[in-house]
Structures are given as C-alpha cells and as structure tokens.
Design a protein around this ligand. Structure first.
Ligand code: AMP
Length: 507
C-alpha cells in the first residue's frame, strides 16, 4: 500500500484525535487582533476556510501564496491552509527591506501576498494579484465555513519555498516537498522525543525554514503552540512559566538573551528539569551550554542543518555513556554539531566540505537549475560548511561559503558588497563576518574609498537596499584590499586579524 505523505496529515491527526485541545495560544500583544486560544477543531476549520477562499480566488494547486509575518497563529494556520490543499506557501522574512521582499514575491511568482499590519508599508513597493493585510482582511482569508476542493496529494509536490541568502547575489528559493517536510518533522520529533504533552514556545521565526518543522511535528502529535512575536529574554522566561512550556528552538543569540534574563529573574528560573532547548544556526560556545544546564536547568540539544536540508541533518543530545563525566566535559561533547539523524548520511570530502544525503534534502532551487545542479553534484548535497566527522559525530569548524551568520540569520557577503558598491564613494568593498559575543558574527565591511565618506553614511546607504541585520555593523577603511595574482580578493587575509586565536573559524 502506498499513500502520498502530505503536510495535511499532521493537521488531520490533530483534528481527529485532539479536536477540543488548545492547539495554539496566539501572541496577545500584536497589531492585528489576537486570535487568543484556538482548539485543533478551530485550527482545522480555519485552514479549510483558507483553502476554500483560495479556491474562490482561482489560485490553482501549485500557485504561490507569500506571507510576510512575524510569528502569529495566522501564519501557523497558513502552513496548513495553503500547503494542505496543494498550494505553495512562501513564508518571507519579515525583517527584509521592501526591495528584498519585492524580489522574492516576483521571483516566486506569488499570486497572493499577505502581510502583517506593521508591514503594510511594503504594499507601496510590492504587489501581487491578490493582496491582504492580516487582521484587516481576516474575513477574506479565513471567513466562512467553506469546504475546499479536494486535492489528491502528491508527496513530491512543492509545499513551501523558503528564500535564503547564500552564495549568490540574490536570495535563492529552496523548494521543499511534502515528503521533505513530513520526514524532517517526523525525524525531528523522534530525536527530540516529542509527545502530546509538549508545549512549544515559538522562539524561532516560523518563516525560518518553517520553524525547523516544529509547526508540523507539534501539531501532528497534538502538542500546544505558544506564539511569541518578539524575542525578549525576560518575556521568554515569563511565557515558559505561564504556559508550562516544555520545548523551544533557538539560535545561540536567543539562548544568551534567556541566560541574561535569568540573572535578574526573581525566584526559581522557570522550566528547570522540564524544558529542552534545541539550538542551531551557529556553534554555541561550550560555556553557554554549561550555563544553560547549570543556571537554567534545561536540557540542551544541538542540531545542525540548513534550510536546504529541511533542516535536520545531525543531532547532539546527552547520552547515558557520558553520565559520569564532569559537566564541563559533557558541555564540550554537546558542543559538536552531532550525530547523523535517522536516515541521514554524512560525509566530508577531500576539501573538508560537509556533504549530506537524506530524504529531506531540497528538491531544488526555484527556477535556478544551475545552482540546483551545483549543490547536488555527485548525488550529495554540498553544505558549504567545513568540518570533520569522527566516531559518528560531526563538528563544524569553518565555512567554505561566503556567508555570514549573524543572530542565526544568513547574510550573503555578496549582497552586502553589492549594496556598498552602489555608493559613489566606494572603490572596492569586501564584507566578512567577525566574531562577536552577542550576535555570533558581525557583518564587517572593509572598504577602499574615494573622497570623503563616513562609516555612518555607508551604513545608512545600505539600509536603503537591505534588511537592518544585513547592514554592516562595523566599517574599516583600508588603502587597498589584498588580491591574488588573478585579481580575486583574499578574504582569508582580511579575516585573519579578527579571527586570530579562535579555535574555530565560525562563531
Ligand atoms: P540556514 O539555512 O539559514 O538555516 O543556515 C544554515 C547554516 O547555519 C549552515 O550552513 C551552517 O553554516 C549554520 N549552522 C546551522 N546549525 C549549525 C550548528 N549547529 N553549528 C554550526 N553551524 C550551524
């Protein structure tokens, strides 16, 4: 017997088994009216209504629906209301500048564009055949009790396109199929021992690789979603306390925010011996891991992966063999990226690049066959990360690709260099990541200029083109940039003074 795997399976099960359970507690403090608490019955009803309304608009299966939103119950429902009946959800990073959102909406060919009220200004620049604002247009999106046209399901159909900044000047659209998302969510749930008792705090942006797949996994098991719109350490602790949170996923910068908030928290830090925190995006410092376990009393789990791999590739979780070791040594062992997740094969090629095979690696980049072929050469996905794979454990040590990771989000050096180069005073510019305690890596521009220009002016200029987090935080003026005989800028030379003394070349 063969059934196509589909993201609607997760919602169907929740509705069948747990119709009256609270599925999601929406963010109370947001510009659109909060949806409060919704049961799985209600989530399923709204997802069906959304699909039926898309039918009525004439959006066909395979049609793209872009949503630019902070974390919200409305976005969570759209994971099912859009993809569940064969359309393709394009969740867009809400921090992007208007020009960047415009590129993504046009490149993906989205027929429908839905934006958060705080981002309504985007509609001055970006448009689509059908445009909606969350809250204001809820009736058009989720109104009615419509029954959607049946969709037969096809596990190899694209369910989401997630744009990610990488090695090209423009973001690439990662096409993830129903099969990719299903298997990633199931394997992720297995390795984090997810159950119907779990309460997930959405500390990770849902747009970022579909919240790593947790929106599907938690729904399928009948767990509860607690929506968090803005990351704030004290608020994270407060919600963990209020909602009995058991699991959260975060980049190292969010972990630091929670640790900082805990130092001024009165009384016992909430979640001790209950919460597990799943961390990825950058290698967390060993000291941070030790502090999470000692000061917060939360279980620390590290995963490694990319948007292109849905994302789960490796997982590192405390194992019984380490029980007798001292906490420092345990933290060091947990500091590695981890072991291949079930069904994932990891290898390191001769140049030290990490390669992966799995059933949740991307189908391809949307309308970009050249990049698709490049990253899948030889039947392996090329991660662009450098590392070693010993005794079943992967360690990430450096990055082969020209990407900076700041606060868990990818920044393409080329994109920032393009923005800088469009300033008339720039003769040449190179952008690198430099180690930073708070953000992991800081976007740093090294420039050669003609005439008078200040760092502030250059940063302001970049803001016209790029999201704030991509703009240089540090600008250094040089007389010239080091180049090879063939004229290529030698970034390793530029990086050297900043990274001297660091044990690894990513942070
Ligand atoms: P993204 O596609 O935006 O999720 O970014 C993926 C990139 O984040 C990877 O290629 C790595 O460079 C980095 N990354 C993710 N998880 C880890 C980790 N546990 N350790 C080191 N780097 C990581």
């Amino acid at each position: 017997m063969f059934f196509d795997l589909g993201v609607r399976d997760f919602l169907d099960r929740a509705e069948t088994v747990y119709p009256d359970r609270v599925a999601v507690v929406d963010e109370p403090d947001q510009p659109a009216p909060s949806w409060g608490s919704l049961t799985y019955r209600e989530v399923a009803r709204r997802a069906r209504a959304q699909a039926a309304n898309l039918d009525a608009l004439g959006v066909p299966a395979g049609g793209r629906v872009a949503v630019v939103s902070h974390n919200a119950a409305r976005l969570l429902v759209s994971f099912f209301g859009v993809s569940g009946w064969g359309r393709i959800l394009v969740p867009v990073n809400f921090r992007l500048a208007a020009a960047e959102v415009k590129y993504i909406v046009e490149h993906s060919g989205a027929e429908v564009l839905i934006v958060d009220p705080e981002l309504a200004h985007l509609l001055d620049t970006v448009t689509a055949k059908h445009v909606f604002v969350l809250g204001r247009d809820d009736e058009a999106i989720w109104g009615g009790d419509g029954t959607p046209r049946p969709w037969d399901g096809d596990e190899s159909a694209t369910a989401t396109i997630n744009y990610t900044s990488g090695t090209t000047a423009r973001p690439k659209g990662v096409q993830l199929t129903h099969r990719n998302l299903w298997l990633n969510a199931a394997v992720f749930g297995l390795h984090t021992t997810l159950s119907d008792n779990d309460v997930l705090l959405h500390t990770l942006p849902m747009f970022h690789c579909n919240g790593w797949g947790m929106p599907y996994a938690v729904t399928g098991l009948g767990g509860r979603h607690i929506v968090l719109r803005k990351v704030d350490g004290a608020e994270i602790l407060r919600r963990i306390d209020e909602h009995g949170v058991t699991i959260l996923c975060a980049a190292p910068a969010v972990v630091t925010a929670a640790l900082d908030a805990a130092t001024t928290w009165t009384g016992e830090v909430p979640g001790r011996d209950r919460v597990r925190i799943v961390v990825a995006g950058a290698p967390p410092p060993t000291r941070t891991i030790e502090r999470v376990r000692a000061e917060l009393g939360w279980e620390f789990i590290q995963i490694y992966g990319l948007t292109e791999t849905a994302p789960l590739l490796t997982v590192n979780r405390m194992r019984s063999e380490w029980a007798g070791l001292d906490p420092q040594e345990q933290a060091r062992l947990l500091g590695r990226a981890g072991t291949p997740a079930l069904g994932v094969r990891i290898a390191v090629d001769r140049d030290g690049e990490v390669l992966a095979q799995s059933n949740h690696n991307l189908d391809g980049y949307w309308e970009n066959p050249a990049e698709t072929a490049r990253v899948q050469e030889g039947g392996w996905f090329h991660t662009g990360d450098g590392g070693s794979f010993d005794d079943g454990y992967l360690t990430i040590a450096d990055r082969k690709k020209d990407v900076i990771i700041s606060g868990g989000e990818n920044v393409s050096s080329i994109e920032v260099e393009d923005a800088l180069n469009s300033h008339p005073a720039i003769r040449e510019a190179a952008v690198i990541g430099t180690p930073d305690e708070k953000w992991g890596e800081l976007v740093t521009a090294l420039v050669v200029v003609e005439g008078e220009v200040t760092a502030e002016e250059l940063i302001r200029h970049c803001r016209g083109y790029l999201a704030g987090y991509k703009c240089p935080k540090r600008v250094e003026f040089l007389d010239e940039l080091p180049r090879t005989a063939t004229g290529k800028i030698q970034k390793f030379k530029l990086r050297e003074p900043f990274w001297r003394g660091q044990s690894r070349q990513v942070n």
